[in-house]
Design a protein around this ligand. Sequence first.
Ligand code: SER
Length: 882
Amino acid sequence: MQGHQIRSLFLRYFEERGHVVVPSSSLVPNDPTLLLTNAGMNQFKPYLLGLQGAPYPRAATSQKVFRAVDIDNVGHTDRHLTFFEMLGNFSFGDYFKEGAIPFAYELVTEGYGIDPARMWVTVYEQDDEAERIWLDTGIPAERIVRRGRFDAHGEPANFWWMHVAGPCGPCSEIFIDRGERFGPDGGPNVDEDRFCEIWNLVFMQDECDEQANVIRPLPKKNIDTGSSLERVAMVLQDGANVFETDLLRPLLEAAVELTGHTYGRDERADVSLRIMAEHGRATSFLIADGVRPSNEGRGYVLRRMLRRLVTNARRLGVERPVMPELVETTVRMMGEAYPDLKDNEAFILQVATSEEEHFLATYRHGMVLFEQEVEKAKSSGTGVFPGEAAFRLHDTFGFQEQLTTELAAEEGLQVDETEFARLMQEQRDRARERRKKGGFAEEDLASVAAEAGRTEFVGYDRLVSDGRVAGIVADDGRVDVAGEGDNVRVVLDRTALYAEGGGQVGDAGVVRTAGGVVRVRETKAGPGGTIVHEGVVESGEIRAGEEAHAEVDAEFRAGTTRAHTATHVIHHTIRAILGEHARQAGSLIRPGDLRFDFSHYEGVPRETFEEVEEISNRRLLQDDPVRAFETTFEEARNEGAIALFEEKYGDIVRVVEVGDYSIELCGGTHVRHTGQVGLIRLVQEGSIGSGMRRLEALVGPDAVRHVNVERRLLEEVSEALGGGDPALAPERARQRVAEVKRLQSELGRLRREQQAGEISSLAGSAAAIAGDGLWVEQTYEGRTADELREMALALRGRLAGRAAVAVLGSANDGSAVLVAAATDEAIAKGIEAPRVLETAAKAIGGGAGGKPPLAFAGGRNAAGLSEAVGLARGRFESLLAG
Ligand code: SER
């Protein structure tokens, strides 16, 4: 059975049994507590927690899932993947264990056709009920294993939670015996390679905190199941591992092709090939869902994986970029099932390849550090590669520990793993502390959300609203009353203030109750669809439950609104001029000013920049209407609306149309007619790395002010050049620059002449010493090491033919520098420049270094300079004497 057949069989099986097939949600979850979508149930969390009524009692999905915890296992085991497709069926308060277990049994045995004699199951240690149902279904007692929360290795076992606060419950896992060629008999407790877990049934009945402590029962009992499509394919295709199923094999073959290494010959090379295949697929999906490489959060996960992939390719000797091939293969294989992948192919390619190129440069720098450390470690003779250096390679240059370990082993060195682990732990602890600090308010807001539900936003057409205070969170937690001066986050049941989203900053304004006024600094989206007003109680007191009147700061809103419509107009213009690939990758919309990131691989020339500005402004002059309406995601897409990454199939979305040219999915606020934007002034455009450009613009009165600033600048420049017509300022500036250049070269010529004179007289002052020895010395004030070097080399040329040494020194602000040059004849007698300076360097409080013909010394004791020169001369004489 091919992968796509398993996928559709699963979905059809549950569809026939009353489940609504829901499309996969994005890998970037709509859940601020979660980094990346880590289970099929993520998109259903509000239903499972009872925060929102489920629109259907049963659902089934094939969900894109990402598990960063498994990154280091990938390639080394048969079955670990970071990205995989999770097949799942869900019941929201409908059937429970008595439904889920027989469904699973029937699908595995009859649907997939797996012999029931190959099936083993685990149940939670106290779950007699699940055990009884399995027995009734037909699994004999000797193939039912009880497990606790954690298995023998401390890994989570038969209790499932999201690894962040949320719904949880005991679970029951299904294992399939792959046969004796994969390991010893005896069930999953003996060998989880031979007995492979393919499906996890979670009986979601409780809610837990971040540490998996159960805090309360859920309002209803739910079912959440998850089955890795890749593992099912491995079992059904009798593959040795998930990489050899049809779902991953073409990627493995692409890696083989790229590296020229045959798969299955050398285990170490195989690990690298598997990593290339898996990470190539996973990173393509992450980028398709809008993740971009960065140094934190999900961007860091992506960056780390791309680096791991690239270093593995390098280990196998590949010099050229590998991402294009891997991205293309992924899109070819999976574009049909995941159209977002196909739609975004150019974008994915661009992000992946520029990150790869960027990293290759870092990699080369990392290798320099690595080689230095190897040299040091070798000369110290301990055979140990310092843990601190391994950590630095990891942290700064993205070298995985394993890579460093292997590279070091090739040099006969062993990485100090204890020290490395200690530094890594320190770093993790720091990260955990930071997370904890940010976490409290989130939890309090979540508890408000659980009681109050979504906030109704009524501010598209109005700037005032009446509602009620649903909850207040102050600095130290949830409160019923907040008084003057308190920092607060206020949740209302209804508000006119726009919450930050889609790049547009949240509104400023005020919230008034009978007893108090809150000055709102910023409005943000909170958990569970709440809108959170952040600010300070300006006067009086506010209380939970009171009626509340909210007012948007009208000028603030007018500014963001103008900027938001301007962003759509600019986006449209950029795509029309640069091409369809130039899509928006992010934006920041503030009152009167906007920042707009888009994918494009080269600089935008001045004329194009001006063209974008001019065409955008012409569009505004048309004074087209701006229209917003709601429709289904599918409908919007059919009409050609540009979708960014947040929406998904099945959603009701808001569409914003500007005239008849721009149509985008957008939740932001807009002007009614483009004429209200005023003026758009592009102020800057530049690269922000990874094939991304950033454009900054000012809008309306802010644009006018900016024009004034520029006018003033030009006037000042013109005045500084002696006044007169500002239009002549550029020409006058060019003349001045040319004049300065001419004077500089004249000055340079004079200096060189002077130096030549100096060199001649220094050469003339050479003192003959013992036969053919010649000695030149001179000290100065304020000459740089470079100047001295040049002079010393000139002298060296002049004195060639004799065993000569010139020592020049200079005192500069209390420190001293010495340069020595030795002729070839001197070197032949063993008089090498560094040796001449050896003792002299000490007198100026420093050390000496260099090559036989030329050496330097530097120190902080300028007072010792003439003594140093004397010592150098003494040294020269004694070397000359042999
Ligand atoms: N949430 C469970 C898991 O991810 C079952 O879907 O394993």
